[in-house]
Ligand binder design. Sequence first.
Ligand code: ADP
Length: 241
Amino acid sequence: MKQLTVEELSVNYGRYTVLRDISFTIEKGDFVGIVGPNGSGKTTLIKTILGLHPAAGGSITLSEGIRLGYLPQLNARRDRTFPASVYEIVALGLLGDKKFPKHISRKDKALIRSTLAEMEIENLKHRRIGDLSGGQQQRVLLARSLVSRPDILILDEPTSALDPSIRDSYFQLLAELNRQGMTILFVTHDIASIGSLVNKVMYLDRELIFFGDYEVFAHSDKMTAYFGHVHEHVDCEVDCD
Ligand code: ADP
């Protein structure tokens, strides 16, 4: 089932065209790794899909009733000093949908409780986010983006690598959400590390260089010609076990 359709999208900053002629379709249950060099327009694409930046041309269509959730990069300094409890931070994830005056209903409270339980952070609900470990903070922020029950979750992977064990359990969590039917768009700097999770890859370089199955991406001659050594890296993830 089609959830998101992007057609001939172009995006500008002033007179400077960052993205041109981007077209793709996201289906329910897709787990898409979005990759490309620094400055290739990955964040810009996400911001435009979220409506935070206008399109200069083309269209972005969400199928009826489809809701987006967004997990921005963890800003370690800001998030660590933010003076709020885990419960309050997760509750913030519901406020975007509300009109003023904002009010947390009984139904909202039930949603917050069940999300805390799913993320296994119920026991932390009165703690300040700044007092938690990096892995726990990541779960809290993920809970905040999940509490509104989005159909498509968009994530920007932290550039400063998470501890490998935290990263692993974080990826397992995403895999589980995906198995339960959530569509995931994941911006990453390291496609090889999530090769076993994603079913599709989007390779951006101001244009859409590749969009399709991960297996095709990993074995494509076009991709080898385009960026040889990265291709080999990915290929090894697929074949060298
Ligand atoms: P990526 O996420 O792939 O690193 P970005 O989408 O952040 O790429 O940036 C794409 C290009 O747009 C870069 O050249 C960047 O310098 C430029 N850019 C990003 N944000 C702005 C902005 N607010 N104003 C002007 N140029 C920007």
